[in-house]
Design a protein around this ligand. Structure first.
Ligand code: NAD
Ligand code: ZN
Ligand code: ZN
Length: 344
């Protein structure tokens, strides 16, 4: 094994990422080393590189939380994965396992959780250190490239849709049909929901239509709330907001049917005004949702392994990362870019 690896670092917030050759980390007790095959590029990686959120990562760090690869070394005491297993190193990098939230299998909100590509180095590198207790187990038949977007964009939308509690036959509105939303449309259809896709880009909406969306609305072209109320006869039973844009949030709350649930997953920096009277008078629930648990991960991956959900993928090399970030920032990525390490 060579001792060095290529990795891309955020060295300063808001500045281009820097490709460096660094030592390959070696797994300590309880850790594993994964040789990266593929890593998806999520809009969260942009927020991370810009230092957008109140909790900031320590510089320098390697982003990327959709990394998939083969286990090439295991540290002392590791029994649950073995060399050769294909695993994913997700956003939920690790949790404590014993707090009140972990005990309820809500490890995503554990106060001691670490985040891949954020508080721990991530997948924009040829090797990733991981915690075997929290890696995703990639089912046989799913390639590394196909699995990559599922371990963040897939699980997050799948879990978010579940959290709306919308039932088969009911309406779900999905605001933002990019990397997350284009998978959300597919999960929602598999779950038997009627889907209204909302975006500001007609190309994304045409894509959503091809993936099974029943109705599409361009939030730039018409009043999206009025259009959705009309199309659904009174609002969507569930709303999932993935758009990284604050204007989508108030609209999403107003799109929610009486007694319905609006789930927030998009994370643009800042706050949005809650239309208080409508939320109170219509008994609307607004809730957040943060990736998903290990159980959600297994379920989200199973849909993909069965071919029911398929990410639309554009492959790029690691050296193209700054161009990819720039395009993602400007809404110029059709669905998901995956960094392909196979070619390297
Ligand atoms: P993306 O850039 O691939 O897609 C965003 C989509 O939103 C694009 O299609 C864009 O055209 C659309 N959009 C922009 N403004 C809009 C508006 N006003 N109304 C409707 N649509 C609009 O991004 P992504 O990778 O899908 O990530 C989306 C957001 O979700 C990011 O903020 C990211 O940080 C967040 N995220 C949250 C979680 C979580 O666990 N809660 C997990 C992953 C990503
Ligand atoms: Zn992500
Ligand atoms: Zn915990």
């Amino acid at each position: 094994m060579t001792r060095k690896m290529q990795a891309v670092f955020v060295e300063q917030f808001g500045k281009p990422l820097v490709l460096r050759e660094v030592d390959i980390p070696s797994p300590g007790a309880g850790q594993i080393l994964v040789k990266t095959e593929a890593c998806g590029v999520c809009h969260t990686d942009l927020h991370a590189a810009h230092g957008d959120w109140p909790l900031k990562p320590t510089l320098p760090f390697i982003p990327g939380h959709e990394g998939i690869g083969k286990v090439v070394a295991v540290g002392a005491g590791v029994t649950i994965v073995k060399e050769g297993d294909r695993v994913g190193v997700p956003w939920l990098y690790s949790a404590c396992g014993h707090c009140e939230y972990c005990l309820k299998a809500w490890e995503t909100v554990c106060g001691e959780a670490e985040f891949g590509g954020y508080t721990k180095n991530g997948g924009f590198a040829e090797y990733i250190l991981a915690d075997p207790n929290y890696v995703a187990h990639v089912p046989k038949g799913l390639s590394a490239i196909e699995a990559a977007p599922i371990i963040c964009a897939g699980i997050t939308t799948y879990k978010g849709i579940k959290e709306t509690k919308a039932k088969p036959g009911e309406w779900i509105a999905i605001s933002g049909v990019g990397g997350l939303g284009h998978l959300g449309v597919q999960y929602a259809k598999v779950m038997g929901l009627q889907v209204c896709a909302i975006d500001i880009d007609d190309r994304k909406l045409a894509h959503a239509k091809r993936l099974g969306a029943d109705v599409t609305i361009n939030a730039k072209g018409e009043d999206p709330v009025a259009a959705l109320q009309k199309a659904t006869g009174g609002g969507a039973h569930g709303v999932l907001i993935t758009a990284p844009s604050l204007s989508a949030f108030k609209q999403g709350v107003e799109m929610t049917r009486k007694l319905g649930t609006c789930v927030l997953v998009g994370l643009p920096p800042g706050d949005f005004p809650v239309p208080l009277f409508g939320v109170v008078a219509n008994c609307v629930t607004i809730r957040g949702s943060f990736v998903g648990t290990r159980e959600d991960m297994a379920e989200a991956l199973a849909f993909a392994a069965q071919g029911k959900v398929k990410a639309d993928i554009e492959l790029q090399p690691l050296t193209a990362i700054n161009k990819v970030f720039d395009r993602l920032q400007h809404g110029d990525v059709a669905a998901r870019v995956v960094i392909d390490f196979g070619a390297a």
